[in-house]
Design a protein around this ligand. Structure first.
Ligand code: GDP
Ligand code: MG
Length: 177
């Protein structure tokens, strides 16, 4: 089952990072409640969502933190990263600037995050192939060079969203068990 109160074996914290409007909040709402929003309002109020995942015999409660819009003002603080075992670092395949900023986000992760954090680089909006500015191979190469997992996703089409979160969660599980 998926209920909030179910007994879990592990609780993991993970964070979403990346430039504004790359689709972080929609990836999270897809993963946590299978919802997508077409309007581009920044996240307000909601700071995290939960989902319970079964990995083998164990029930894992994943607590995923969203930025609540602070990334617009570069106001993400060390408390956001505190205790996080994983991160989805998201860029938008239709905006090269968001890919160029991945280096900045990695720098911040390495400054504030756990050294053994599991990081998945996510190229979101794969449904917008006609407006693509970043090739899939570029994402793959960067991920390989930086020792990250990689996936292109579409929160709109619900493509690879589950997979991106599950890769992160199962890797965290491998490391911590
Ligand atoms: P955030 O600022 O990173 O949290 O981004 P949001 O989740 O608020 O999304 C920003 C905008 O991009 C919104 O208008 C979303 O509807 C849109 N968006 C998010 N994910 C996708 C996607 O996979 N495909 C398309 N076409 N649009 C998306
Ligand atoms: Mg948001």
């Amino acid at each position: 089952g998926d209920s909030y109160d179910e007994e879990c074996d592990y609780l993991f914290k993970a964070v979403l990072i990346g430039d504004s409007a790359v689709g972080k909040s929609n990836l999270l709402s897809r993963f946590s409640k299978d919802e997508f929003r077409l309007d581009s309002k920044p996240t307000i109020g909601v700071e995290f969502a939960y989902r319970n995942i079964r990995v083998g015999e164990k029930l894992i409660k994943a607590q995923i933190w969203d930025t609540a819009g602070q990334e617009r003002f570069r106001a993400i603080t060390s408390s956001y990263y505190r205790g996080a075992l994983g991160a989805l670092l998201v860029y938008d395949i239709t905006r090269r600037a968001t890919f160029n900023n991945v280096a900045k986000w990695l720098h911040e992760l390495r400054e504030f995050g756990n050294s053994d954090m599991v990081v998945v680089l996510v190229g979101n909006k794969s449904d917008l192939g006609n407006s693509r500015e970043v090739d899939e191979g570029e994402g793959k190469n960067l991920a390989e060079a930086e020792g990250l997992c990689f996936m292109e996703t579409s929160a709109l089409e619900n493509k690879n969203v589950e997979e991106a979160f599950l890769i992160m969660i199962s890797k965290i599980h491998e490391i911590t068990s």
